[in-house]
Design a protein around this ligand. Structure first.
Ligand SMILES: [Zn+2]
Length: 143
């Protein structure tokens, strides 16, 4: 079976197998702490691996918090102005957190490559953030 680079999904015979720290890693599809990578993508991959290990739990905690405030304020938003703003701010925050921490599921990373998954997550996060932020600005200007 030909291996592919975990970072860019390219199949070449120049791939090298590297061992990386897997402690706390819940996103990347590492096999026993090992991955195949092009020599020129090793550095970027190692940096992203460390980043996703370090901030994986923070990412989940922040998203859980903002989804919670989004849902609660969604129910109360038509009763009190404050919750309407909180709803939009929560939406913007969800998008911003995805943009800062573009972590996808291991299957997504494996299927699309880490590089492309990060790009798509950043676009989705950026769009969600922009929707929340733009609607807040429109509401503030019209209020
Ligand atoms: Zn590569």
């Amino acid at each position: 079976m030909t291996q592919k680079c975990i970072w860019c999904n390219r199949q070449t015979n120049k791939l090298k197998q590297i061992a990386v720290l897997a402690k706390g890693q819940i996103w990347l599809p590492l096999q026993d702490g090992k991955a195949f990578v092009c020599p020129e993508h090793e550095e970027e991959f190692r940096i992203f691996n460390d980043r996703s290990r370090r901030y994986g739990i923070l990412f989940i905690s922040l998203e859980a918090l903002f989804v919670f405030t989004l849902v609660v304020s969604g129910f109360l938003g038509n009763k009190y102005y404050f919750f309407g703003y909180l709803f939009l701010a929560s939406l913007a925050a969800i998008g911003l957190v995805i943009f800062i921490f573009p972590f996808c599921s291991p299957t997504t990373f494996e299927f699309m490559s880490v590089k492309k998954s990060i790009k798509i997550a950043r676009i989705i996060g950026g769009v969600i953030f922009a929707i929340g932020a733009i609607v807040i600005i429109i509401v503030l200007l019209s209020g």
